[in-house]
Design a protein around this ligand. Structure first.
Ligand SMILES: NC(=O)c1ccc[n+]([C@@H]2O[C@H](COP(=O)([O-])OP(=O)(O)OC[C@H]3O[C@@H](n4cnc5c(N)ncnc54)[C@H](OP(=O)(O)O)[C@@H]3O)[C@@H](O)[C@H]2O)c1
Length: 400
């Protein structure tokens, strides 16, 4: 499909011109739309606000949202003046959240396996052995807020050793509900005299870092599993802001892990690769050249159309395309929905009944998990579609 309109449809510009909502009363979405000078979302609701929290109407369902404006840096410093954040694990989230906490002037230390890949990476990022870089056990001893950012499989295998450091008055923090919710498989059962909270950024830890450095921030969700101090939610929100969140949604450990495992297996990662591959293969089987098959499957999606969806929604992207494209997309969307629905239902059930967890734990606790993953992702890189992608990306006009 190569029919993307050069200019936005008139209805879109009109909606943009009529956006005259006072800044303080706009929803998150509306304020974002105003910033990009584009169409206002249809149901712009006025949030009811109490200090530190807003209730926002999400298409008819009110939800609570917390915002960064209520946690200026001085307040965070005061709030955490007696705390030491101990990052246990330095993968993508450890890196992003740890560096953001450090740049925000909070007291952070890192705990990882000595001489592992993460240890090397942490040194590269300026953490100093013996000063703010320790073994997992040392960091867990020194920390008051233990941020368990080990891989989900490692959270299970290290718990028998780690739990002795989770002592009264400390806070146990996660970025995923995995270990707590699937306790039948993980055996991660915290003592009952600590707050147990989570903050899960809605993106990769790399994005947590880059958006922070750009002064933007990422949105996250928070949840409380155990509230001993009566301050667990407030603390979760404060940590969420301290690690670089802009807006924070409220959830539960279970809802977070179910939706997260489901989403990444579906549209976010697994589904997208499956759909791209199926479309590409059919084009190739019908004699289309590799570049054409890639352009009409991936390149135009990623470079042109998905950013429009990200900016202002699916209808906005549809309206920005030709009538021919729009007609076909509107006709075929329900067919794809019907074909995919049973797969999504099976996937949700597989998350809910713990099968996905069993698979993740089994794979992630192999000694060779890194190499085994590499083999499979290398195989994707070796698919014709992605080898072609490599060439096409080099031909993007903005690439040197
Ligand atoms: N990545 C994301 O996009 C994302 C987003 C939201 C939430 N989360 C959650 O955040 C948490 C951390 O995820 P992540 O992606 O940052 O990290 P990850 O890549 O899953 O895990 C990496 C860390 O776990 C350590 N590790 C692995 N096996 C170990 C073992 N047997 N003993 C000790 N340490 C071990 C690694 O150390 P070595 O280098 O020494 O192996 C590394 O520091 C998870 O709960 C995840 O679900 C992740």
């Amino acid at each position: 499909m190569s029919t993307l309109s050069r200019t936005l449809p008139r209805s879109v510009s009109r909606a943009s011109a009529s956006l005259r909502v006072p800044a303080r009363t706009m929803t998150v979405l509306a304020s974002r739309a105003a910033r990009v000078g584009a169409a206002a979302p249809r149901a712009a609701a006025v949030p009811a606000q109490v200090r530190g929290m807003k209730t926002i109407d999400f298409a008819g369902t009110p939800e609570k949202v917390y915002e960064r404006e209520d946690w200026p840096l001085e307040k965070l410093h005061e709030y955490f003046k007696n705390d030491t954040f101990a990052l246990l694990g330095y993968g993508s989230q450890g890196h992003g959240q740890g560096l953001n906490l450090r740049d925000n002037g909070l007291n952070v230390i890192v705990g990882v396996r000595k001489d592992g890949e993460s240890w090397r990476q942490a040194i590269e990022d300026g953490w100093v052995p013996g000063k703010n870089l320790f073994s997992i056990e040392e960091a867990a001893t020194k920390g008051t807020i233990l941020m368990n950012l080990l891989s989900d499989a490692a959270q299970t295998s290290t718990w028998p050793e780690l739990k002795q450091y989770v002592t009264k008055g400390k806070t146990l923090y996660f970025s995923h509900g995995f270990s707590i919710v699937y306790k039948d498989q993980t055996d991660v059962v915290p003592p009952n005299d600590v707050d147990v909270i989570l903050c899960a950024p809605k993106g990769s830890g790399r994005t947590v870092r880059t958006l922070f450095k750009e002064g933007r921030g990422i949105n996250s969700s928070v949840a409380v599993f155990q509230d001993v101090t009566g301050k667990a939610l407030e603390k979760a929100v404060a940590i969420g802001i301290a690690v670089g969140s802009g807006y924070i949604y409220e959830t539960t450990f279970q809802k977070e892990v179910f939706s997260d495992l489901y989403g990444e297996r579906g549209c976010l990662m697994g589904g997208i690769q499956g759909m791209f591959k199926a479309q590409y293969d059919v084009l190739r089987a019908n004699g289309h050249s590799p570049s054409e098959a890639f352009n009409e499957t991936c390149e135009e999606a990623l470079e042109s159309l998905y950013p429009l969806i990200a900016q202002n929604g699916m209808d906005y992207m549809y309206k920005a395309c030709s009538t021919t494209a729009r007609r076909g997309a509107l006709d075929w969307a329900p067919e794809f929905e019907a074909a995919c629905k049973p797969v999504f239902e099976r996937l949700y059930e597989s998350v809910k009944n713990g099968s996905e967890t069993r698979r993740a734990l089994e794979f992630g606790s192999r000694k060779t998990y890194r190499q085994d993953f590499d083999k499979e992702t290398d195989a994707i890189a070796d698919q014709e579609m992605w080898r072609v992608g490599h060439v096409v990306r080099a031909l993007r006009p903005n690439r040197k």
